[in-house]
Design a protein around this ligand. Sequence first.
Ligand SMILES: NC(=O)C1=CN([C@@H]2O[C@H](COP(=O)(O)OP(=O)(O)OC[C@H]3O[C@@H](n4cnc5c(N)ncnc54)[C@H](O)[C@@H]3O)[C@@H](O)[C@H]2O)C=CC1
Ligand SMILES: O=C(O)[C@@H]1CCC=N1
Length: 277
Amino acid sequence: MSTATTISFIGAGNMASAIIGGMIANGFNAENIWVSAPDDQHLQAIRKRFGVSITTDNRYCAQQADIVVLAVKPQVMADVCRDIAPVAQNTRPLMVSIAAGLEAATLDNWLGGGLPLVRVMPNTPSLVGKGAAGLYANSQVSDDQKASVEAVFKSIGSAQWVAQENLLHAVTALSGSGPAYFFLMLEALEAAATKAGIEAGTARELAIQTMAGAAEMAAQSEHDPAQLKRNVMSPGGTTEQAIHTFEDGGLRELVEKAYQAAFSRSEVMAKELAGDD
Ligand SMILES: NC(=O)C1=CN([C@@H]2O[C@H](COP(=O)(O)OP(=O)(O)OC[C@H]3O[C@@H](n4cnc5c(N)ncnc54)[C@H](O)[C@@H]3O)[C@@H](O)[C@H]2O)C=CC1
Ligand SMILES: O=C(O)[C@@H]1CCC=N1
């Protein structure tokens, strides 16, 4: 990533903090980052934590950078885009939206039309440099702009381009929402182990380390996850009992159902919000 790149964030919430934190931990200069939001706890917290420049003026914020990241909730995006449209049309930065289910054409329309725009579906582990992001560029985005936004997201994890915009629904349901699926698993394991008598802190430590270890192994191994799972299942042993319980209880079907629910919600949001003009 070029050290001269300047980047503005409109919105100072969970996802903006995760991206900014990851970028700074990777050597990005806080002086080149601006953030705007209403004067709330988020904005003050982000300045204190990362030393970035802040403002409550979205237009001013948008004017400060080569890349403007739209990091507000989808429901307020229309107002935010219409407000900054005059300055965006004037300075023509690369616009980046991280909002779930909001199509590039809808955003571009709200921004006055004809702007280079990349949609990114990131996730919160970006904060610790372990993000997973899907990216899609509209036809106005140059190769150089693609390279710079890719560099930002690669600096905080994995960044994968998708060829068609509608594949971002699939990315959202996988890696965008995905951290929450694994946190749920951690909660459930910790609760079960605590019931069995282990102290809560110890249960959490062992569960987290197990999840991190399994993920690292899956990333490094030449074997697929099914084989890695079989390697843990000693015949007649303990794991076999647990895995059979998961399978008999319909875990695969439940995962598919949960994935589809997130996917469908992303599609519905796109339709609902596209009509908001
Ligand atoms: N939280 C997550 O795991 C992920 C979130 N996203 C997307 O990121 C976006 C932001 O989500 P979160 O950070 O979770 O939400 P959040 O609620 O934590 O943050 C939203 C931020 O927008 C600010 N804001 C509200 N109205 C504003 C306005 N008019 N102008 C400027 N700022 C305003 C709020 O003060 C807050 O700082 C959403 O569009 C969401 O779809 C995408 C991937 C993952
Ligand atoms: O739940 C949401 O809508 C956002 C998008 C992916 C993760 N959080």
